[in-house]
Design a protein around this ligand. Sequence first.
Ligand code: S3P
Length: 439
Amino acid sequence: MNAKDPLQQDWIAARGTPLHGVLDVPGDKSVSHRAIMLAALADGTSQIDGFLEGEDTRATAAIFERLGVKIEVPASRTRIVHGVGLDGLSAPHSPLDCGNAGTGMRLLAGLFAAQAFDSVLIGDSSLTRRPMRRVLDPLSRMGAKIAAHDGFPPLRITGGQELQGIVYSSEIASAQVKSAVLLAGLYAKGETRVQEPHPTRDYTERMLQAFGWPVEFSPGLVRLPGGHRLTAAHVSVPADFSSAAFFLVAASLIPESDVTLRRVGMNPRRTGLLRVLREMGAQIEETDAGEEGGEALADLRVRHAPLHGIEIPRDAVPDMIDEFPALFVAAACAKGATVVRGAAELRVKESDRIATMAAGLRALGIEIEEAADGATIHGGTLRGGSLASQGDHRVAMAFAIAGQLAEDEVRIADVANVATSFPAFDSLARKSGFNLRAA
Ligand code: S3P
């Protein structure tokens, strides 16, 4: 039932040169997923610029094409989406493949729960191990009928249900859960309200507004009235802070580096790593700050600076949830210990990121103690070695950085999934000075 997993591919990373250059990292993954979804359901034709040409976001676009939405690709990173309106999707005849994308599957569960037709959502082996109860519970309270395997994919969605708006107080800080409920709320009777324990990325809310839905939100709280329609819009996707993060860490660690990352999305719910790296001693300047399509952008100039370990503030954790693999490598090269707590969510990402990073760093000679909700990483000297990325894109890219600092070569197994979020990472990394090659 699962989609075919990518072929095994390994990298060898070794010391390169100081990092230099002005780099453009690809478009934001979260924004790209949402742009396709809302544009598909809008009345009229939308244009998306800066779309992430990654496997995750292309999987989402391919699903809507299967459901009858015409999507043109006039140029790489641009999509023209001919919206079919809220009720214009056609029934699929076979399972819809979300690939590696937790965002794709969880958000689509909310959207498809409200359709007139039945659908089945499948994914790769990593996605099939990711918990879905967090979206199934609130959606079933709204009246959705979704069957899963003990809370895990595939998701079998029975269409034709009448959904009802709810007030949902989510226990976990998750933009995916919030968004699944809001997308179901587009079709629900009455108002849908979501309250979060800590504010998370607000792209769904912002984009709903841009597509003309009168949603009201403040940090940690969203109110979405039922009974409106989406109107086509133009979406400009900023460069993904989570992709820029690898270069922020690498250039901070590698002596004599000086790199500028252009037009990076600076939504405060995404930039926790910036705050944390600065507290560790990093030299990162924001230049040319601006705004596009309601999203804050800046060029980020990062120069090498010695880092020291810190206790990561718990309130920064949700704002840097995807950046922990890179942060663990920064911590391994920092002076002293770095303490991460309150980050149990890392255990249910594309891999168990606490366990995967701990095993990999130990293989490179770093002392690290795992906790249920984090780790204590003792800065030290990275030696060469072999490690497993467990097919986790961000783990693979984090260890590519470790290779630039290690005494000997680092072999990273199973890196093909880097294409899910950052398809040309290896060539951009090499262009900036990395020594990184296919094994
Ligand atoms: C995302 C939310 C986060 C993040 C993921 C993308 C989103 O997940 O880790 O990469 O686009 O909404 P959670 O909602 O599980 O925290």
